[in-house]
Design a protein around this ligand. Structure first.
Ligand SMILES: CC(C)(COP(=O)(O)OP(=O)(O)OC[C@H]1O[C@@H](n2cnc3c(N)ncnc32)[C@H](O)[C@@H]1OP(=O)(O)O)[C@@H](O)C(=O)NCCC(=O)NCCS
Length: 140
């Protein structure tokens, strides 16, 4: 907010386990009003979001940005985000995106995750194991 209580910029983020693996922060939206751009406001907002996620023990932070968005790419790469994947035609307008990831702890990239298309989530696997070992026990 500026001195007149008008919105100068916004960041929207969330934090949750990613596919049963790392605790992943996600930046869903970042924007600053035209007249406030180039003053470091977006960088400050992203730092605030990162600090909050770090305080909550996040392992990594991810987001997607349009490949042609040089302002956003520059901002995030300067904060240490890496290009992890190119997502072809990711947006409805047909444009491609990069998934950017910031690793906050050593070895985070090695934490195993499950594939939602082929695996059961770990919680369901636990139930399956319990059921297999206790065939007569009623779960839930
Ligand atoms: C991207 C956006 C949030 C940047 O906001 P901002 O408040 O201007 O960002 P900052 O002032 O913190 O500047 C970040 C860096 O990007 C640079 N930058 C700004 N506009 C740029 C442009 N058009 N091309 C290249 N770099 C640019 C800034 O110069 C600054 O780098 P510097 O300090 O080395 O000069 C803003 O342009 C915006 O709201 N865009 C529309 C929404 C959007 O694209 N959001 C990102 C979705 S992932």
């Amino acid at each position: 907010m500026d001195d007149n209580d008008d919105l100068a910029g916004v960041v929207v983020s969330k934090l949750e386990p990613h596919r049963g693996g790392p605790l992943r922060g996600y930046i869903a939206m970042l924007a600053t009003k035209d007249s406030y751009r180039g003053k470091g406001i977006a960088t400050a907002l992203v730092r605030m979001a990162l600090d909050t996620m770090i305080a909550r023990d996040a392992d990594e932070v991810a987001l997607e940005t349009e490949e042609t968005n040089s302002a956003a790419m520059k901002l995030y790469e300067r904060l240490g985000f890496l290009r992890s994947k190119k997502l072809h035609r990711y947006y409805l307008n047909g444009n491609s995106a990069y998934r950017l990831v910031l690793y906050l702890k050593e070895g985070v990239g090695m934490i195993p995750t499950y594939d939602p298309y082929t695996d059961l989530p770990p919680s369901a696997e636990q139930f399956a194991d319990i059921e297999k070992n206790n065939p007569n026990q009623q779960l839930m």
